[in-house]
Design a protein around this ligand. Structure first.
Ligand code: SAM
Length: 278
């Protein structure tokens, strides 16, 4: 599918006066080839529902539509809406744009069917949404995959293996019932204006949820354990009722620190705590 009748993005931005707003974390992508590569990460999107957060002037949105997706897009900056309305007209029935803050919208209710998420978001909004998508007891979730642009340092924390410096709460949350991979590194010069640091795209797909584990319990456990990551477990998790007994019954040395525990070990402790019988 081609978007040749559409004017070039830079022209759209100039015509609608869309100077990038720092407050909204706006760094735009214009390179159609790069955008097509990003839209290909979730796999074949033909006739699939995609939720895009932060379409801005619509570069990534165009690529998703070219890939055959049906897109629902949430954008907070109303200056972008006229440009996005042109895109809605060029792809009739395939794009729905919603004005609002993605942090305050119920995504499942908005899309109404399982959806792939694709987004290039400011750092703080991206991580807040990411942890929200990864939490909760309902599994599999309504999203079928998450394809998200992060600062490279954050992307590395998502995919970090146990024992590495980047390993922490984000890695355990992203890996205990999902697969997470670093799909593409994106040079800062690809953005207008270029951000200070390099970026990378992480792709996450839900996997089977380990049995007998409450997500809330695992979230509390990782919060406690990594909240004091330099401390030994016997200190960092002692306020969690049953946690020290769980370590003992699982044969996990309480003198270890959180970053040395594998994702499976966190799951085993959370399972013991979830059953209330460590
Ligand atoms: N997707 C475009 C691209 O790749 O060129 C724009 C990316 S820009 C980094 C981030 C976009 O997210 C901006 O258009 C900004 O207005 C929007 N945004 C920021 N916070 C948001 C929020 N809480 N909800 C919805 N959109 C948001």
């Amino acid at each position: 599918m081609s978007d040749s009748p559409l004017p070039p993005l830079r022209e759209v931005i100039a015509r609608h006066g869309l100077s990038a707003s720092k407050a909204l974390g706006q760094n735009f992508l214009f390179d159609a080839q790069l955008l097509d590569r990003i839209a290909a990460i979730p796999g074949d999107l033909t006739d699939r529902a995609v939720l895009e957060i932060g379409p801005g002037p619509g570069g990534l949105t165009r690529a998703l539509l070219r890939a055959g997706a049906r897109v629902t897009a949430i954008e907070m900056d109303r200056r972008c809406l006229p440009a996005l309305a042109e895109l809605e007209a060029a792809f009739p029935g395939r794009l729905q744009v919603v004005e609002g803050d993605a942090l305050r919208i119920d995504h499942a209710a908005l899309v109404g069917e399982p959806f792939a998420v694709v987004a290039n978001l400011p750092y703080n909004v991206g991580t807040a949404l990411f942890t929200r998508w990864l939490s909760g007891e309902q599994w599999p979730p309504r999203w079928t995959s998450l394809t998200l642009m992060f600062q490279q340092e954050v992307a590395q924390r998502v995919v970090a293996p146990a024992g590495s410096n980047a390993y922490g709460r984000l890695a355990v949350l992203a890996q205990w019932r999902s697969t997470a991979r670093l799909a593409l590194k994106v040079h800062r010069s690809a953005f207008t204006p270029p951000p200070k640091v390099m970026s990378a795209i992480v792709h996450v797909e839900p996997a089977a949820m380990p049995s007998g584990v409450s997500a809330r319990v695992l979230e509390r456990l990782t919060e406690a354990a990594f909240g004091q990551r330099r401390k030994m477990l016997r200190q960092s998790v002692k306020a969690l009722p049953g946690a020290l007994d769980a370590l003992a019954s699982l044969g996990i040395d309480p003198q270890r620190r959180a970053e040395t525990l594998s994702v499976e070990e966190f799951v085993a402790i959370a399972r013991a705590l979830s059953s209330g019988r460590p």
